[in-house]
Write a protein that binds this ligand. Sequence first.
Ligand SMILES: Cc1cc2nc3c(=O)[nH]c(=O)nc-3n(C[C@H](O)[C@H](O)[C@H](O)COP(=O)(O)OP(=O)(O)OC[C@H]3O[C@@H](n4cnc5c(N)ncnc54)[C@H](O)[C@@H]3O)c2cc1C
Length: 364
Amino acid sequence: MSAHDLIIVGAGIIGAACADAASAEGLGVAVVEPGPVGGGVTAAGMGHLVTMDAAPWELALTHYSLGLWESLRELPGSEYSRCGTLWVARDDAEGARIADKQARLADAGVHAEAVDAARLRELEPELAPGLAGGLLVPDEGVVYPPAVARELVTRAVRRGATWHRARATTVGDHHVVLDDGRRLHGTVLVAAGCALPSLLPELPLRLRKGHLVITQRYPGTVRHQLVHLGYADSVHGDEASVAFNVQPRPTGQLLIGSSREYGRVDPGVSMPMVRRMLRNTFEFLPGIRRLNALRIWTGLRPASVDGRPYIGRVAGRSGIWVAAGHEGLGVSTAPGTARLLVDQLLGRRPAIDMRPFDPVRVAA
Ligand SMILES: Cc1cc2nc3c(=O)[nH]c(=O)nc-3n(C[C@H](O)[C@H](O)[C@H](O)COP(=O)(O)OP(=O)(O)OC[C@H]3O[C@@H](n4cnc5c(N)ncnc54)[C@H](O)[C@@H]3O)c2cc1C
């Protein structure tokens, strides 16, 4: 039997960030992860660090978390690149939304520059002619999420945390049972991504499948993370959807996303969905038809029932906390989630309003 201040079940980007933040506070941390660290959906995502503003909770959490990413940029292997986000408006109706978005970001303290159609083409010459304009958020960037997760756990282990390469079969009040028969004692944090309901059935998830395509190396073809200004519309609907979202990797490759589908949990690639995604991409970037794709893969985003992550104490249980259900924003929001969770654990006042994320809302 071993006793720990905090037992973290799952070491994707969320569990890893929590291990880092808790160990930095001097807590005795045990990480339970069969491995590899960061090998879940964290290895399948795009790694775009982005402020999203569709709802006040989303703006508060992403903005707070991106501030904390500043101190993680230099982690070995993170492949951090401050490429900026360029939101692209397809037509004048979308162009009319730029000022509102810019104002919402400015209210939160995020600097963003509106760009007209000519400047848009200057910034990204491969973009199709006739697009209405855009909004440049210059301080945003991209990382390689599984490498960040590995490094965060390594850093926690250097501070004394232990990594148990096992699967948790049960979480109970102040304890975790592992599949090798061991039993760990301490406060429990469940950060098991899509596996959350298998450990805490009272916290359901909706898994949301996504496809990504990566090309061979074409350095300089695209310079910013490009995202359709209407991206949030596709995020918030229930229908299967695709949205223009293209990322320049530091390797010179282009990462092309993305699709969203509920109710599809098989990992297989759907070529009709890939074709739909690429047709949409070519409308914005016609020239990239000539590039060679190297690989296509899928991942399942862990979405909570209302789209807001579960961060906090689990109601009706003793000594069990949760950090999961971050859907398509888990990388952006990982350090923020970790800081807010650890502040609550230590009885400190968190930096933002945590009521939207309180898991008690689901039971209610
Ligand atoms: C196509 C796609 C694109 C995306 N793009 C972005 C993006 O650009 N920006 C962004 O911010 N987010 C993005 N995301 C979302 C992001 O990847 C996720 O929100 C994030 O990785 C979730 O991390 P996690 O730690 O909760 O889950 P995971 O990474 O899945 O980690 C959970 C871990 O728990 C472990 N585990 C499970 N069950 C147990 C158990 N019983 N015992 C012990 N361990 C267990 C697993 O092995 C796993 O390692 C994208 C996702 C997809 C699919």
